[in-house]
Design a protein around this ligand. Structure first.
Ligand code: 6GU
Length: 226
């Protein structure tokens, strides 16, 4: 999968994809992330990409021209399946959306700043708008990093069988069960006997019950989803 990201603070996106699972995905050639600095398409020599909003009010708005030039130039080389804009008023990002996006080949992500981007770019180019939750971030970069991570780990071959995403929280509308590692006893806190029993059927049943219990306690809303 190829992901291109347009940002006015590309430095924010340098580290998130350079470590751990995302790094491995890149090394295997399964995920290519390219970050583009919007200033490259600025309207003047001062690097201007934003301006005051019509109608008055505090905060700058990212202008049409730099964004449209960036989108059109990048689109000459890549046929994007989706052009995604990150905004608090977008659709709430969730696991089904991550699953769906992980099947795409080429994505273009646009990170907004300040008051957001000129509505005309949203109307004429953006195919999907995403929010990562009901709170306001100072820009779309951290949201983009969250979404790329969630998508990237689902690309076939990125995770091995051991860490398979099939067993993640949310994949079956259940939270994941508790996990333990060595030692069997730490202080006087013991690992549940069943996990040491070697009985795989019992262990599976226990894990399912724990997942169900946890979900009822913490996120009963998940159990009402189809
Ligand atoms: Cl995608 N962007 C911004 N700026 N704030 C957010 C968000 C996105 N999702 C939740 N809050």
């Amino acid at each position: 999968m190829n992901i291109h990201i347009i940002s006015v603070v590309p430095e924010l996106l340098e580290s998130p994809f350079s470590h751990s699972i995302m790094k491995r995905a890149a090394e295997k050639g399964l995920l290519n992330v390219t970050v583009h600095h919007l200033r490259k398409w600025a309207v003047n020599e001062y690097g201007m990409v934003d301006d005051y909003q019509f109608g008055g009010g505090a905060g700058m708005v990212m202008m049409c021209e730099p964004l449209v030039k960036a989108i059109e130039e990048l689109s000459t080389e890549t046929n994007f399946d989706e052009i995604i804009y990150f905004t608090p008023d977008g659709n709430r990002f969730d696991q089904p959306t991550a699953n769906e996006l992980s099947l795409k080949g080429n994505l273009l992500l646009i990170c907004g700043h300040y008051k957001g981007i000129d509505q005309r770019v949203r109307d004429h180019f953006v195919t999907r708008e995403i929010s990562i939750g009901d709170y306001v971030l100072s820009g779309g970069e951290l949201a983009a990093a969250v979404v790329v991570d969630a998508i990237g780990r689902l690309i076939p071959g990125v995770l091995n069988d051991e860490t398979s995403a099939l067993f993640d929280s949310f994949q079956d509308n259940l939270l994941a069960p508790p996990v333990y590692t060595r030692p069997e006893v730490y202080r006087d806190w013991k690992v549940p006997d069943v996990l040491l029993s070697g009985n795989h059927k019992l262990i599976e049943e226990w894990r399912y019950e724990q997942a169900l219990h946890r979900t009822k306690e913490k996120r009963p809303d998940l159990l009402d989803r189809e």
